[in-house]
Design a protein around this ligand. Structure first.
Ligand code: CP
Ligand code: NVA
Length: 305
């Protein structure tokens, strides 16, 4: 892997993503083989937002590779308040060999990567969630046996998860349709970058407003919460706007009969997805969660070895 950090799916080439998937699958099959890969190395986990999957998967992942993790909660560091991002980076690089950050402004992970001499991994910002997209496309590959030419439709808010799915689809030749309410489209720069990247693979990246039209012929239907972390104040108002974008059995019926249902989790059951869909045979949401572990182990291995 050429990149020193993993801030965006755009940091890695198509070939590098496939190499990471191959390594992740090998780690999944035979975890003990890699039990000493990152021996004595420590990954600091900086969280400015809550987490179940990201914390658990990085924590367990680094330990399975022979290393240690250090959890730093929002109250402990207060990035940029108690201490500048620069000084946090300069302190941590003397004691740990990598940093995963989950924060609000995307610029914080970029700044951290610029200041620190050790690898920085983006564990979600308001702008993107690249580790999630890696686990998701690994899951798609496992279930469909291929990626190129598939269609993934993301239904809901044009948010951080939607951006990373567009970037990954563009790199891997997977057509990505985002079906969202008017005014909740993905960031325009992110969309244009994905369209640009997609020229190399022929993937079609599009935004539509009609969910039914969006999911037509989809191999995978993906959704996420309507209000992300940090947008709690908008949650009630968004419920009304997003209601027609709920992924329910009826919406699933417009996709291919063997379409899988995907969600990064946590799910707000009854809002963006019904119990019936999330608990159906088509649902692969817990495979995605498990694959966070394997995909991120591959990423840590490549960056920190
Ligand atoms: N999908 C995901 O990132 O979950 P957490 O917020 O629980 O880490
Ligand atoms: N879009 C969601 C993803 C959570 C994993 C959020 O940012 O809260």
């Amino acid at each position: 892997m050429k990149a020193r950090d993993f801030l965006s799916v755009r940091d890695v080439s198509r070939e590098e993503i496939h190499e990471l998937f191959t390594l992740a699958r090998s780690m999944k099959k035979d975890p003990r083989k890699y039990a000493k890969s990152l021996e004595f190395k420590t990954l600091a986990l900086i969280f400015e937002k809550p987490s179940l999957r990201t914390r658990t998967s990085f924590d367990v992942g680094i330990q399975q590779l022979g290393g240690f993790s250090l959890y730093l909660s929002p109250n402990e560091i207060s990035l940029g308040k108690r201490e500048s991002i620069h000084d946090v980076a300069k302190n941590l690089e003397r004691m740990v060999q990598g940093i995963m950050i989950r924060t609000f402004a995307h610029q914080i992970v970029i700044d951290m990567a610029n200041y620190a001499s050790i690898p920085i991994i983006n564990g979600l910002t308001d702008y993107s969630h690249p580790c999630q997209a890696m686990a998701d496309f690994l899951t798609l590959l496992e279930h469909k046996g291929k990626l190129e030419g598939l269609k993934l439709t993301y239904v809901g808010d044009g948010n951080n998860v939607a951006h990373s799915l567009m970037f990954a689809g563009a790199r891997l030749g997977v057509n990505v349709t985002v079906a969202c309410p008017p005014g909740f489209e993905p960031n325009l720069t992110a969309f244009r970058q994905a369209v640009e990247d997609a020229k190399a693979t022929g993937a079609k990246i599009e935004v539509v407003h009609d969910p039914k039209e969006g999911v037509k012929d989809a191999d995978a239907i993906y959704t996420d919460v309507w209000a992300s972390m940090g947008q709690e104040g908008e949650a009630e108002a968004r419920k009304k706007i997003f209601r027609p974008y709920q992924v329910n059995t009826q919406l699933m019926s417009y996709a291919k009969p063997d379409a899988i249902f995907m969600h990064c989790l946590p799910a707000h059951r009854g809002d963006e997805v019904t119990d019936e869909v999330v608990d159906s045979k088509q649902s692969v949401v817990f495979d995605e969660a498990e694959n966070r572990l394997h995909a991120q182990k591959a990423i840590m291995h490549e960056l920190m070895k």
